[in-house]
Design a protein around this ligand. Structure first.
Ligand SMILES: Cc1cc2nc3c(=O)[nH]c(=O)nc-3n(C[C@H](O)[C@H](O)[C@H](O)COP(=O)(O)OP(=O)(O)OC[C@H]3O[C@@H](n4cnc5c(N)ncnc54)[C@H](O)[C@@H]3O)c2cc1C
Length: 403
């Protein structure tokens, strides 16, 4: 059994409250369903569960209460996640709205912006996608070329984005555009909350071309913006100050989940044990060795999460240490999914559907494909190493980079 930690009396009172609520309210049809699978596959019970969680105040729980959150501390969020994992039901979130753009609005938005945009994320009215990367601006994001031109009370955006995850389900994009062509590259960028549709529901000059992935699904798109309009009031953090806001968003993308990361990986680990037991493979010493490797890595992830949690309690920013988190979980997930494919042997090559149908993948093969990209999105493994080298270990900067 993993080492259990006592988070103190206040957290334990909160634990009792969450546990009692889940005992009464958890939907039987979602027991055992993984959050990611439920959200991607649009499980039929999902929307009523999301509604119930919203009404009970279990959505955007880390946000301040005045913006529709629950104002939970880092410790309480950790407890909440543990209890959802214990009840074995998915903890539905508002995705990028909750984890990326919402926290950036809280830090950088005006009072009026926080009141206008945040409640719409909490109740699910606004679903956001991230319009950052461009064909020639990925790791070097500040080289982006999408232009924003001010026209009266509006900013008019034209350019191309790529790898826009969840764009086909979104109605809003947090979009970076260059609003000062002459400023140094980090200084002329604005962070705009761009509606994807006009009031009459027609497209706001946005064309989405889905990119097909190896397992047949299309979770992201190439995104073409032609004179897409947003009110100037939708610029977060002020005109040409978008890089500062972007740093807050990327910090959350890399480190925001550090305290809770292990929860899904723990569930996945035990699902793997069950799957390998069912096929009689757990008596093989090599398979047992792989499982021991995986178990120890998930435990390290858990303890690193607690380390980040103590930083949060001490009110320090996780800072560049978030990159250690991103490197560790993404590289673990990639190796684990490869090792599970190997452990399954020939079974891993079988399609999960009837012959003659397009190749359908099961949970394990899907995970294998999915994690090929985990060391790319949110900053590549190489870029995380640069950050750790320069900002954590204090090594000299890359050649050509200014001090
Ligand atoms: C599944 C997935 C989902 C994504 N979702 C989104 C999204 O929703 N919105 C969005 O805006 N973007 C999204 N992205 C894009 C992602 O942020 C970029 O792919 C990533 O930042 C890398 O940029 P790039 O693809 O242009 O590669 P490049 O930056 O061209 O990198 C190519 C290679 O060069 C290496 N490299 C580059 N610079 C350096 C350096 N300085 N030092 C050492 N090595 C370096 C990289 O590590 C990489 O191996 C997604 C990507 C994936 C794979």
């Amino acid at each position: 059994m993993p080492l259990e930690l006592d988070f103190g009396p206040a957290a334990e009172t909160f634990r009792t409250e969450v546990r009692a609520w889940l005992d009464v309210n958890k939907p039987a049809e979602l027991v055992g369903v993984n959050a990611d699978e439920a959200q991607r596959g649009q499980h039929p019970a999902l929307s009523s569960w999301a509604k119930k969680l919203t009404e009970a105040g279990y959505m955007c729980v880390g946000w301040p209460k005045e913006y529709g959150g629950r104002g939970l501390t880092g410790v309480e969020v950790a407890v909440l996640n543990e209890e959802f994992a214990r009840a074995n039901v998915p903890r539905i979130t508002r995705g990028m709205g909750e984890w990326l753009v919402g926290p950036s609005i809280i830090v950088w938005g005006t009072e009026e912006q926080t009141r206008r945009f945040l409640p719409r994320i909490v109740d699910g009215t606004d679903r956001y996608c991230q319009g950052f990367s461009e064909p020639d601006a990925g790791s070097d994001l500040a080289s982006l070329k999408t232009r924003g031109v001010i026209d009266g009370e509006e900013v008019v955006i034209t350019g191309q984005k790529v790898w826009t995850s969840g764009a086909t389900e979104a109605n809003m994009m947090f979009c970076l555009s260059r609003t000062d062509q002459d400023a140094p590259k980090h200084a002329g960028i604005s962070y705009v909350l761009l509606p994807m549709f006009k009031e009459d529901k027609s497209s706001n000059g946005i064309e989405l071309r889905p990119i097909r992935q190896p397992h047949g699904a299309s979770h992201f798109t190439e995104t073409f913006l032609t004179e897409s309009r947003a009110p100037v009031d939708n610029i977060i953090g002020g005109m040409n100050n978008g890089w500062r806001v972007t740093m807050t968003t990327l910090g959350n993308e890399r480190g925001g989940n550090a305290t809770t990361q292990h929860v899904e990986f723990t569930k996945q680990f035990w699902a793997a044990v069950k799957m390998l037991q069912a096929s009689g493979k757990t008596s093989d010493p090599l398979i047992r060795q792989e499982l021991a490797w995986a178990y120890s890595h998930v435990e390290i992830m858990r303890f690193n999460g607690l380390k980040v949690l103590s930083e949060v309690i001490a009110r320090k920013e996780p800072g560049p240490g978030a990159s250690v988190n991103k490197m560790f979980w993404s590289e673990y997930a990639q190796k684990f999914s490869e090792r599970m494919m190997n452990a399954r042997g020939a079974d891993a090559m079988l399609a999960a559907n009837e012959p003659g149908q397009p190749f359908a993948v099961d949970r394990w093969t899907s995970m294998f494909f999915q994690h090929r990209s985990s060391t790319i999105w949110g900053g590549t493994a190489q870029v995380q190493r640069n950050i750790v080298g320069e900002r954590v270990l204090g090594l000299p900067k890359e050649p050509g980079q200014k001090g």
